[in-house]
Ligand binder design. Structure first.
Ligand code: BV8
Length: 230
């Protein structure tokens, strides 16, 4: 089966009840990206940004992984060390399903970060402006998520994984946010077989050698069964 890298987006958590960004009624139709997912937006109105992430932190903590998350955990368990999930999602549903090798390139709702001393800790359910950093006591706590214009996490490790991958799968992502949307090209250059599993064709669907359209909770378990049959 070889080395498998799986990129996931909000669509894999949709059937767990967590909103996506760009679907009908999605998060970006309720808030402007500039206001809630940029450092400038946070500087301008920290209360709005904290309330945006507080609501999602509480909701995602109450959500359950679905059959797609469980199938990916099963794939990893059968091939320890060969399966890595790179997720754009900030929820903890892959870990809740039992996945161990998960790289959160856009950070996590569960994390808090001090913008003054870079200290990281587990975020309380609700954060407020001026929330003190437990290390330097500065009023400088923020959600530990990657906003637009900020460098995603784990990029060097991700690029190494993509170059070495035998299979690259993108699941539940619209392919509109970079650098994640370009991962399929990096994997292709490394000789990987690439597959998109998504409800609708993504913005980069033509970059994939294989595409399957439908719900993640239905298609991902089928794909994992095929991969395990070899
Ligand atoms: C970077 C925060 C430099 C956490 C997010 C000008 C100035 C600065 C930067 C840029 C610029 N122009 C372009 C850029 C780059 C920018 C970018 O891409 N902008 C876009 C809008 C054009 N990117 C950045 O700024 C990134 N940093 O570039 O740094 C750099 C340069 C080179 C190399 C390294 C670094 C930072 C991007 C991170 C931004 N933070 N979120 C949070 O609040 O969650 S992005 C946000 O979008 C989320 O993280 C989310 O994960 C991500 C992608 O969205 P998707 O997951 O794809 O979700 P979406 O709703 O879009 O799609 C859902 C899909 O699921 C749909 O296709 C749907 O059909 C499908 N689906 C739905 N239901 C199901 C389903 N599929 C299966 N089953 C279902 N049931």
């Amino acid at each position: 089966m070889g080395r498998i890298v799986i990129l996931t987006g909000a669509g894999i958590s949709a059937e767990s009840g967590l909103g996506t960004f760009r679907d009908e009624g999605g998060l970006w139709s309720q808030h402007r990206i500039e206001d809630v997912a940029t450092p400038e937006g946070f500087a301008r109105n920290p209360a709005l940004v904290h309330s945006f992430y507080n609501a999602r932190r509480v909701q995602s903590a109450a959500a359950q992984p679905n059959a797609a998350h469980h199938a990916l955990a099963r794939l990893e368990a059968a091939n320890a060390g060969e399966v890595t999930i790179v997720t754009q999602n900030v929820d903890g549903l892959h870990e809740a399903a039992g996945s161990l090798r998960v790289l959160h390139m856009h950070g996590t709702l569960a994390g808090a970060l001090c913008s003054q001393c870079d200290h990281r800790w587990t975020a309380p359910p609700e954060m407020v402006p001026g929330h003190p950093c437990p290390a330097c006591a500065g009023p400088t706590a923020r959600p530990d998520v990657v906003w637009f214009g900020e460098m995603p996490y784990h990029m060097d490790e991700i690029w190494d994984l993509l170059r070495a991958a035998d299979v690259f799968a993108a699941i539940g992502t619209s392919g509109q946010v970079y650098p994640a949307a370009a991962f399929v090209q990096d994997a292709t250059r490394g000789g990987a077989h690439t597959i998109e599993i998504n409800l609708d064709p993504s913005a980069v669907v033509s970059d994939f050698s294989e595409t399957r359209f439908g719900k993640a909770s239905e298609l991902v378990p089928l794909w994992v069964d095929e991969m395990l049959r070899g």
